[in-house]
Design a protein around this ligand. Sequence first.
Ligand code: ADP
Ligand code: MG
Length: 388
Amino acid sequence: MKLDVDVLRYLSKDDFRVLTAVELGMRNHEIVPAELIDRIARLKHGGTYKVLKNLLKHKLLHHDSTKYDGFRLTYLGYDFLAIKTMVNKGVFVSVGRQIGVGKESDIFEVADEDGKIMAMKLHRLGRVSFRAVKSKRDYLKHRSSYNWLYLSRLAALKEFAFMKALQTHGFPVPEAVEHNRHCVIMSLVQGYPLVQVKQLQNPETVFETIIGIIIRLAEHGLIHCDFNEFNIMIDDEEKITVIDFPQMVSVSHRNAKMYFDRDVECIFKFFRKRFNMTFQESIDDNDNSNEGREEAGKLCFSSIDSSAGFLDKELAASGFGKKDEEDIQRFIEGEVESDTNSDSEDGDLVRNLNEADDLNVDSLHLSEQVIYPLAFVVIQDPLAMGNG
Ligand code: ADP
Ligand code: MG
């Protein structure tokens, strides 16, 4: 997806205020009624409808009038809210080229004031299966509906929390810098995804390192669940960095063994095919203790001395709780249940209009200033953004 940050240049304070009002409305509404947006935004001189038109023009909102006249954020609109918040905080000042497209994410380079380049991951959970999710909408009657906004935010929070915890425990992962909404800022990994590498100087060593990480993760009570050549980065010194954490689970998960075996098999298969490796000898030769390994050279999940609990304690410290994990896991595993009887837009609307009175948009600290991107590279003049 194209992220034209240049558009930020043309957005006014009112634009962001209305955009934020739509975001707030989406807590209870898949499509936010225009009048509700107007009531939340409370623009001093009115004109919400004109602003809505402008946001629509820039594709930051989507208009839907199938049931009633309403709007929802697009990915781009949500991107801009996150980017603006981060820029206001001084996390970065410019957005550069796209460096990755995952199944459910877009990754861009960003740079801070000192020119340090980092990676920005914008989660797009539900992109693949958005239609499926949409058709099963309203499965949660209350605030935290399972819309893509909520899921993508959850994925970012989980990714940030895991990266931070793994980093603390000495795992080779990117440094977790900041998160906001569906966006995670992390250090830029030098190197390439392993899938792009055709030759290695020391394939055995690389293989051992990677398998060692799987074992050590399990010893810490964790399984990556998407541990493959796309999520392992390798640099010219053949140093490994593991990325992509939203789908990780605890070793106490009921399907833990299946996930673990799948991760292991992915690595074995890749090294067998790409580097013509056979494993029985190399594993046993290089390792005195056969702990955690079967005779066939494969790892045995049950013989790894796992200490579960790592998840709960340390991740909760980053704001990622048990309920969050349950919610995101239910989505990832496709167990989101349909509940077609709970579609009570009118009840929602009344509740929302009442709530709107309590919502103090000013407390959101909407910046007085707009982000001023200079073409594609520099988003704004950092000196002009001091009052965020
Ligand atoms: P997804 O969950 O969509 O698969 P990933 O986190 O795996 O997203 O990222 C997709 C791609 O973006 C990766 O394969 C990699 O090429 C690139 N990428 C992701 N994070 C970084 C990073 N921190 N530094 C450099 N490249 C990255
Ligand atoms: Mg990936």
